[in-house]
Write a protein that binds this ligand. Structure first.
Ligand code: GDP
Ligand code: MN
Length: 378
């Protein structure tokens, strides 16, 4: 999950790190109220989960309330870098004398935590990295290592081309490293980490991405995570299935992610477009399959579905019961192609055979199921 910039800054402030004062707004009036409260020059930023806003016009500096109104109007409700802007972050404007890039990255290739620093931070940091690799400093640390400030300070002193006093920077980096570990971050990136005056560093922008698999042990993130999910995604979590909404019109249930990927590929190859992707995994029960089938058939654009199940540890009688129970609640005469193979396949076929909207496929090949569905909805 990508944590919104304002939430990420709130977490980091608890580590004694300095962040600009500010709040998020969902309307022009709110934005103007916040700006007035800040009582100074401010910055209006599109609150979207991606960087590159500066270059795309998503960060606007304002000195009057009229400018705050204009900036908010241009951003709110509009599309930027592939995201719709639902909120803006209104913050006090910081006067920056120098921009540093600071990152903490979980390096999955080396199983190390990388501290990344560049004294040439700011919106051009990617081109700095391309032009001059040596302008990007990297320190790899064992996960869990209690990183002492003097260790980071010595590393910075050895690599610092600017003859800047790196004591405070080392302290900030250690706090970022601690925060990243505490929050199970995959990536924590502060750019710019702004030098305001001698010895004063402010986190002007930050991007925090946390490991979804760790959310269950992060009470402070659980609420944000729930709030970031749609109603259907929440129901899917309660059912214990993986669910991804997509933009096509064919519902998809599979028992296994690999089978699911292959099914999506075959649908595409046959000119069909998935409306979603739901993977039951193991542990199929009647209630799970019932809930899953109701869920994937719910979007009104869904004109048919494929249920592609392999009964290994999963018992297919449970699946068939779930399908029958769901049919009572699924409106419309939309075809559902069911390919059930493996554990209890004959019993399952027998249970489903008299259902008018169910089309049973009794061969292993998913190709046959997809071809049947294409014929039915085509
Ligand atoms: P990004 O482009 O999505 O990473 O958005 P940022 O929040 O990093 O903003 C882009 C750039 O705008 C920064 O690199 C700064 O140069 C500038 N900027 C953002 N906020 C402030 C501010 O408070 N004061 C000043 N002087 N510049 C800012
Ligand atoms: Mn930035």
């Amino acid at each position: 999950m990508i944590v919104a910039e304002n939430d990420a800054k709130r977490f980091l402030a608890r580590y004694g790190l300095r962040v600009p004062r500010g709040e998020i707004a969902h309307s022009v009036e709110e934005a103007m109220d916040i700006a007035q409260g800040l009582g100074c020059a401010c910055v209006v930023k599109a609150l979207i989960p991606t960087g590159g806003r500066g270059k795309a016009g998503g960060v606007k500096t304002c000195t009057t309330l009229e400018q705050v109104r204009e900036a908010t109007e241009t951003l709110l409700g509009h599309e930027m870098l592939g995201h719709r802007v639902h909120a803006v972050l209104v913050e006090e404007r910081v006067s920056i004398s120098h921009e540093i890039y600071a990152g903490v990255v979980a390096n999955t290739a080396t199983d190390m935590i990388d501290l990344v620093v560049s004294f040439e931070g700011g919106v051009e940091v990617e081109s700095v990295a391309q032009r001059d690799r040596s302008a990007i400093l990297q320190l790899s640390v064992e996960p869990g290592y209690i990183l002492p400030v003097h260790h980071v300070q010595r590393w910075l002193q050895q690599n610092n081309p600017q003859s800047m006093d790196v004591g405070i920077l080392a302290e900030v980096l250690v706090q970022l490293y601690r925060a990243a570990a505490d929050l199970d971050a995959i990536l924590l990136e502060v750019n710019p980490l702004a030098v305001i005056s001698e010895g004063v560093l402010v986190l002007v922008d930050c991007k925090l991405e946390v490991d979804d698999n760790a959310i269950s042990r992060q009470p402070q993130l659980a609420e944000l995570y729930r709030a970031s999910l749609s109603e259907r995604e929440l129901r899917a979590r309660e059912l214990g299935v993986s669910y991804v909404p997509l933009d096509g019109d064919i519902g998809v249930i599979t028992s296994g992610a690999g089978l699911g990927m292959a099914t999506l590929d075959l649908l595409k190859r046959n000119g069909l477009s998935p409306a979603n992707f739901l993977d039951t995994g193991g542990g199929i029960s009647e209630a799970m399959v019932k809930g899953a089938l109701e869920l994937i058939m719910e979007p009104p654009q869904v004109k048919g579905a494929i249920v592609n199940l392999y009964g290994g540890i999963n018992r297919m009688v449970e699946a068939a019961k779930g399908i029958l129970a769901a049919l009572e609640n699924i409106p419309g005469n939309r075809p559902i192609v069911v390919k059930i193979i493996g554990n209890q396949q004959e019993e399952a076929w027998q249970m489903l055979k008299d259902q008018p909207n169910i089309h049973i496929i009794q061969v292993v090949q998913t190709e046959a199921a997809v071809a049947k569905l294409a014929e039915l909805v085509g």
